[in-house]
Design a protein around this ligand. Structure first.
Ligand SMILES: [Zn+2]
Length: 305
């Protein structure tokens, strides 16, 4: 009897200990990209811990499925993915290795952020691998437009509220604040770009990551250095693109910092454009909107020169 009572006490003490450590840790969020992580950090505030699987300096199409990433997923209460097949090459293996039913697609701790925005560039008709690393549901690089980031923030707030109902008001407040700031940023930058002469708004991109930003800021994409998504440039494609750039008066070749710059620089030099290297993701300690603002500022400087 005495033994039973001490066992019960022990179990009770353990339960208290586990509950208090869980409360301390808050909601454990894993996001696939640095921008998603930055939005989740903003919305979750002190009630969440956020880990990004891809580093800001890493191409989010190709992330090494290191064991520490599976461990982070094993401990996650919520996995937020950018979706539209951005992570299709590396995330599924990590998800199954994580042994965590919550964060599997359709689970209580899974959020596909692409469901919260309207996708652009969905290919028409049949898609085959011959077209390169094409994303069937549309372009997954939607977070370069701050208004999409604001929609994602609201979706994250709603999801976090289901996991931590006590924090719901805070999540909503912070998402609304981000929404207001994003709308303000979107309006101001669009006005600034609209004041640019139309002849100064043509760009070439390395990868087709900037479609949503082009729609937002009224910039025209003349072509891409990659002949197909994920396929490196070949001489014939580069020669054709250079001719097109000269004809269109392209002002800037825009690339993320994680892509090789040799061909982009060559094209810029030969056509009178400038190489404009933008950050592919929010820096470790950078807010999401600061990242978007910084990219827009750098592009403006490249076009307005
Ligand atoms: Zn892509």
């Amino acid at each position: 009897m005495k033994l039973l009572r001490s066992l019960c006490l022990l179990a009770f003490a353990l339960a208290v200990l586990l509950a208090s450590s869980a409360a301390e840790a808050g909601v454990n969020v894993v996001a696939t990209t640095p921008d998603l992580a930055a939005i989740a950090r903003h919305v979750g505030g002190p009630a969440v811990q956020v880990t990004a699987l891809a580093l800001p300096t890493q191409d989010p199409h190709f992330v090494d499925a290191r064991p520490n990433l599976a461990l982070a997923l094993n401990r996650a209460d919520l996995l937020i993915v950018q979706g539209l097949e951005l992570e299709v090459g590396w995330l599924p293996a990590l998800q199954s290795g994580a042994k965590n039913p919550k964060i599997q697609a359709g689970g209580s701790g899974y959020l596909d952020a692409s469901q919260l925005v309207t996708a652009q560039d969905a290919p028409a008709g049949e898609v085959s691998r011959a077209q390169g690393d094409i994303h069937r549901g549309g372009n997954p690089h939607y977070l370069v437009d701050p208004r999409n980031g604001a929609k994602v923030a609201r979706g994250i707030a709603a999801k976090l509220a289901t996991l931590d109902p006590g924090g719901a008001a805070g999540f909503l407040d912070r998402a609304q604040a981000l929404d207001r700031e994003a709308a303000d940023l979107a309006t101001k930058q669009a006005a600034r770009f609209a004041a640019l002469d139309a002849s100064k708004r043509a760009i070439v991109v390395y990868h087709r990551s900037w479609s949503y930003l082009e729609s937002w800021l009224g910039v025209t994409e003349v072509g891409a250095v990659e002949p197909k998504p994920g396929i490196p440039p070949d001489p014939a494609h580069v020669a054709g693109l250079l001719a097109k750039m000269r004809g269109a008066g392209v002002r800037a070749v825009v690339t993320e910092d994680y892509y090789p710059t040799t061909t982009s620089r060559l094209l810029a030099d030969k056509s009178g454009a400038v190489l404009c290297v933008l950050a592919g993701g929010a820096g470790e300690a950078q807010g999401y909107l600061d990242h978007v603002r910084d990219d827009a500022d750098r592009l403006f400087a490249a076009l307005a020169r």
